[in-house]
Design a protein around this ligand. Sequence first.
Ligand code: GLY
Length: 567
Amino acid sequence: MNLNSSFTNRLILLVLGAFTTAALHAQTSNQDKPCYKGMVVCAYPDAAQAGLSILKKGGNAIDAAVAVQFALAVTLPEAGNIGGGGFMVYRSAKGETNTLDFREKAPGKASADMYLDEAGNVIPDKSLYTHQAAGVPGSVDGMVEAHHKYGKLPWATLVQPAIELARNGFKVTRHLADDLNKSQADFKRLNPGKGYFLKDIPWQEGDLLVQEDLAKTLTLIRDKKRDGFYKGTVAGQLIAEMRTGNGLISQADLDKYHSVWRKPVIGKYKQYKVITMPPPSSGGIALLQLLHAVEKYPLSRWGHNRDSSVQLMVEAERRVYADRSKYLGDPDFYKVPADSLLRPTYMDARMQNFDWNTATPSSNIKPGSFAGYESDQTTHYSIVDRDGNAVSITTTLNGSFGCKIFVKGAGFLLNNEMDDFSAKPGTPNMFGLVGGKANSIQPGKRMLSSMTPTILEKDGKLFMVVGTPGGSTIITSVFQTILNVIEYGQDVQRAVASGRFHHQWLPDIVTAEIGALNNETRSILAKKGYIIKEGGTIGRVDAIVKAPQGYYMGGADPRGDDTKTGW
Ligand code: GLY
């Protein structure tokens, strides 16, 4: 499982370079007042407004989530989507919890070695920028399913704001203009004759982006729900698109796609109940492992991002990501040993060889073992409504703009989620993550994710809604944000804005945002053997905390266009 230096560099670029640094640590200028009746925090201002308008019409948190999901598919084409998938964690005002898995699936014609050449080597970029990179999309089915079970307002009301944004256009932000400009050459190369998002002069902040084809697709979804996407015109366009590039998704795959309600993984951190996403996301199990590993240590006394805190968290992360590489995969295909991984004695034992004097080399850490066991671009939104229902959703196309291939005539981008499978044991994916049998490619299987939509309770009441994009850094960003609030007493806006760091076992480096670790901390850690690479930004956390007085405060990540709005 060697990671060469070009992979290390690629990881650093992907993980840290995903977003620009200009806004790092700045406070958002958007609404910063307590809201009693509900709140939406998401990655784009127009999508946040769409969600708030639904709450104000009497919609609940799920209704608002559906509106935000479709609005983000228009206004955040890097990650918001109808061509991708995601995960939802839900907690009703009465305390009922549930999760929805609308993760993409491998097409029926997918196979374990589909990204390998004749010599058994991974073919560069085949799982990233080809029609074969796309998994069967789950987002539309997921929204229909969530609305069917919990929604209150009519479906059409929830999709309509997105149709208007697509048809009438919306003003692009500086971030979106930059992202569109960076991908112009790829859009041209990968979409001959299509013209989507192409512009003769560079995109500028304030330009109007109109998406007529996408408006037509959304109208079909509004009128026919699931059938507007998985059957008829749009399905035909998707299959035709597959034919132009040897893609694998068939009508049978679309017919068979269904999202799945799964029991949340639930754990405790001190007096907090943590409700989070089970496999096929690794996020929930990993988050609970991390929280358990640090729980008995005096983090608040040591201080935020000080050397002892960082060292302990990095060593926990090293061990947890090693476990992820071996044991996490789609539970419908692989027996994930969740109980063993979450047993408190297991994590205690994993931390026993941690030495305060020196970094544990990742080469000395293997995935753990236990008796009886057989053997980036993403976006997050957090919503609460006036009754106290809460929803935490992370959704993705995987890479920025997915595989950058549009479905001709339908105006939406295909995901490149197949790269989240392990194409070959030990060979890293775009996030530098390695995997094995648990996450091998099989027809109809869901690829492992790191998405970690999470809700926390305190004393039986809603306390926090949190999540983030960021590929492999999702888990550690959610982990740090929770600790920032609980251990370091930061208000939720500061907690999401605070500098972050990350370790994922392999490569054996600590990536850190510039300024996240002060000189003294970096120097102490370096003397102990930690390799720290600084640059870029990590994650874009959007969170809500409920104050004991009953009002909500939002944390919108200043690293992007993230917006909090409420009433
Ligand atoms: N595509 C990133 C993830 O699911 O973790």
